[in-house]
Structures are given as structure tokens and as C-alpha cells.
Design a protein around this ligand. Structure first.
Ligand code: PLP
Length: 429
């Protein structure tokens, strides 16, 4: 990369949640392979982020490369209206086979946020078709479901962007986030508020939408599987749909293929994205049951009203098929379990550090919650100088590496994280 490229970038290109007038530094990545990112100056960084949950098999994977290359030679895209193609059929067969049994109708779309929009629209059309007025959703505080309007409206109302867009966003109902943590004792009262909301008279919610087991960007919280089991029971009792947003948790990250499996439940609608293509290309899937799909199709519109231009993009489907084939080889449970063991051994003792409020690990996710918010630019620089890529936010420094990470690489991530806590300049007062 030319040095001018960085100047141009800072002047003209938006980055996620970043100011154009005071942009944070960005690091030029020119290549990536295995578990390493290569910077323009030749430095290599061990990746602790999997590009935000996505690159589960690492970068530049030979079999995903091969699959996408072969598909490129045949057809990079074709419309999905009135057309189908082998990659889409193979992918949907796989998704139907690997997700909980009642989910059997698949809608492919562009990104995680769009999968959530699709799920919400499915729930709304379902009730419309049943002749009931249900427009509101019920969800958990500290949730995160994406940045488009429908998805934003069910993100935590305080930590997210509700205030900025007040008046534009549909209003939904929120209950407190689950308090019982994964691996700790269950207390029945944890679902009291949710139960009371569902039992209340008046307009009933079209669906409960939540992230199963792990509340990700809203706080990296791991909650008790019984909570999820109770939510399923309550939704059944009160005839409400359950939408599980598995966009972050899906495909093994929590130690189970889908986080819903920790509670042994099936949602009525499930959203998948991120790791679906092994982090190669943007693609999402929203799966639902035959009953929901049939009800929508028998409704006023006679169909589900959504149809993106790049629906079922063949290149993305080819990447997804290759990524899921790697999961089907069956190595991921041991890879994730090994990461979990090493994260536990390395991160849990940091609870004793004065800068640390909490340390928690689930599957291939390790989280350090700090006393003070991080100084992003300073901490990021420190990590890059230590040869690792870790992107903290707020009071959270967390690791979720590709499943193929080697123990020595994970040690580098853990020791850099531990060392970062000792420097006061890495935190704001
Ligand atoms: N849902 C969850 C649980 C997520 O973690 C995210 C992204 O972080 C999304 C939805 C949105 O996905 P995307 O960024 O692909 O739109």
C-alpha cells in the first residue's frame, strides 16, 4: 500500500463507528493466512478476533479458496427470482440438516442485520396471516441484533442508538437481561419479568427475539441455559414465536454447533450469518418451521415479501458450503474445547488483577471486563506492537480466535492481553 492510501483513508473513508473528523488509526492489512494478518510493513499479527466471529477456519483456507475459485469460473451471480442453482440447494440442504429439526424453510439474504429484518418480517406476516394484530416484539436489555432499523429497534435501548433515531424506530418491549450466569446456580425468578410481560393482557408480542446464551456486542454476557429453556416454554404457553439470533453464536463458537443446543430447544425462527461462509463473503440465512412458512404463504400477500438482489449469491453459497464441509469433518468440537481450556487457564486468574471486574470464558470466547473503559487507540497500538490483533470496546477486551489457532499463538494473545492491563494509559480515567 502506498503511504498516501492511509491519508486518503483517514480523509475519505468511514470505518465502523468512527468519526470522520477525529478518525482512530487504522492498520493496513495486505494479506491474511491461517491465523495471521499481514501488515503492509511485513509485520504479522496473530488474530484474536476471527474478523468479528466470522473467520472460524482462519484466512486463505485452501478448500474454501478452491470452492470459491471453482464457482467463479462457472457463475459468480445469477438472480434468484425464478432461478435456482446447485450451490444454494446444497447449502440449504446442509442448513436444514444441521439446525434443530423443526426448522426446514430457509431464506438466504445479504448480512446478519438483514437476516434479523427478515425474521421480524416473518413474525409480523405470520400474525397478520392468522388475523391477529401483533406489531410489537419482546426482547432483552443488553441485546444486539444489528444496525439496520428493524434490528436496531431490538438492540439495548440505552447502550445502542435508540435515542439518536427516536421517532424513526418502532417501539418494542424490553425486559431485564438474564442475571443467572452460565455455569452458575439457576434461580427461577430470573424469568419472572418476562413471564409477567407475556401473561399481561392487551396486544401480545409477535415474537420474543434474543441471542441464545451469549449476549455479544451488548456486553459479552453468558447466561444460564435454563433461562432459554423457560423462554421457550413461556412462548409456547402464550402462543408467541421465538426468534433465536445465532448470528454470532452459530457454527460452534460456544462449544455447541448452535447455542440453542445448550438448552436443547428449537426456536421458531433462527438467524445465521457471520461464520456461515467461514468469513469469506457476506451471506445470511433465516430459517423457520413449515408451520410458520405455510401460514405466511396462506396469508393476504400469498408469499413472504422480501427478495434481495444478491439473494443466494453463488460465490457466497460456495464459500458457505466449503466452510460447512470443514465443520462436518468434525474437528471443531475438540478445537473449540482446547481453546476453551487454554482461555480458562490464562484468563480466569486475571480476576485478581485490580483493573479487572470479571473474567469469563465459554467455548472459544474469552472476555475480560475492565474497571475503566479502554483507551482504544493506545491499547490497539500496544497489541499491534506485541504482534497480536485484539480489538477491544468499552470495558471489554475479548478473544475469539479462529478454531485453527495453535497453542503458542493463543498464548501470545493471552499474554498480550494480560500485559495490557498493567499500563494505566491503556484505560481512560
Ligand atoms: N446479530 C448479532 C447477534 C450480531 O452479533 C450481529 C453483528 O455483530 C448482527 C446480528 C448483525 O450482523 P451484520 O453485522 O452482519 O449485519
Amino acid at each position: 500500500m502506498h503511504p498516501d492510501d492511509l491519508t486518503f483513508d483517514q480523509r475519505h473513508i468511514w470505518h465502523p463507528y468512527t468519526s470522520m473528523t477525529e478518525p482512530l488509526p487504522v492498520y493496513p492489512v495486505v494479506a491474511a493466512a491461517g491465523c495471521e494478518l499481514e501488515l503492509a510493513d511485513g509485520r504479522r499479527l496473530v488474530d484474536g478476533m476471527s474478523s468479528w466471529w466470522a473467520a472460524i477456519h482462519g484466512y486463505n483456507h485452501p478448500s474454501i479458496n478452491q470452492a470459491v475459485g471453482a464457482q467463479l469460473g462457472r457463475m459468480s451471480h445469477v438472480m434468484f427470482g425464478g432461478v435456482t442453482h446447485p450451490q444454494a440447494v446444497a447449502l440449504c440442504r446442509r442448513l436444514v440438516a444441521m439446525t434443530p429439526a423443526p426448522l426446514e424453510c430457509v431464506f438466504l439474504a445479504d448480512s446478519g442485520s438483514v437476516a434479523v429484518e427478515v425474521a421480524i418480517k416473518m413474525a409480523l406476516q405470520y400474525w397478520q396471516a392468522r388475523g391477529e394484530r401483533r406489531k410489537r416484539l419482546l426482547t432483552l436489555r443488553q441485546g444486539y441484533h444489528g444496525d439496520t432499523f428493524g434490528a436496531m429497534a431490538v438492540c439495548d435501548p440505552h447502550t445502542s442508538m435508540h435515542r439518536l433515531y427516536q421517532g424513526y424506530l418502532p417501539e418494542h418491549d424490553f425486559v431485564a437481561a438474564p442475571q443467572c450466569r452460565f455455569g452458575e446456580a439457576w434461580r427461577e425468578e430470573d424469568t419472572d419479568e418476562l413471564a409477567a410481560r407475556l401473561a399481561r393482557g392487551g396486544e401480545r408480542p409477535a415474537a420474543v427475539i434474543l441471542e441464545p446464551i451469549v449476549q455479544g456486542a451488548g456486553g459479552m454476557r453468558f447466561y444460564h441455559p435454563t433461562y432459554l429453556r423457560r423462554v421457550r416454554e413461556l412462548c409456547d404457553r402464550h402462543d408467541t414465536l421465538l426468534i433465536a439470533d445465532e448470528i454470532a453464536t452459530g457454527f460452534g463458537r460456544t462449544g455447541r454447533l448452535f447455542a440453542c443446543e445448550h438448552a436443547d430447544i428449537a426456536p421458531d425462527i433462527m438467524c445465521l450469518g457471520k461464520a456461515l461462509t467461514g468469513g469469506y463473503l457476506t451471506l445470511s440465512a433465516t430459517l423457520t418451521t413449515r408451520a410458520v412458512a405455510d401460514t405466511i404463504s396462506d396469508g393476504e400477500a400469498g408469499c413472504f415479501m422480501h427478495g434481495p438482489t444478491f439473494m443466494a449469491n453463488p460465490l457466497a453459497c460456495a464459500a458457505a458450503n466449503a466452510s460447512l464441509a470443514l465443520l462436518e469433518r468434525g474437528e471443531w468440537p475438540e478445537q473449540v474445547a482446547a481453546i476453551e481450556r487454554q482461555l480458562r487457564a490464562g484468563l480466569l486468574p486475571l480476576r485478581a488483577h485490580p483493573q479487572v471486574i470479571d473474567a469469563r470464558v465459554l467455548g472459544a470466547i474469552g472476555v475480560i471486563e475492565t474497571r475503566s473503559p479502554v483507551n482504544m487507540a493506545a491499547l490497539q497500538r500496544f497489541f499491534v506492537e506485541r504482534g497480536v490483533w485484539i480489538r477491544p470496546f468499552g470495558r471489554l477486551i475479548y478473544l475469539m480466535p479462529p478454531y485453527i489457532i495453535q497453542p503458542d499463538q493463543l498464548s501470545m494473545l493471552i499474554s498480550a492481553l494480560a500485559a495490557s492491563l498493567d499500563e494505566p494509559a491503556h484505560f481512560t480515567a
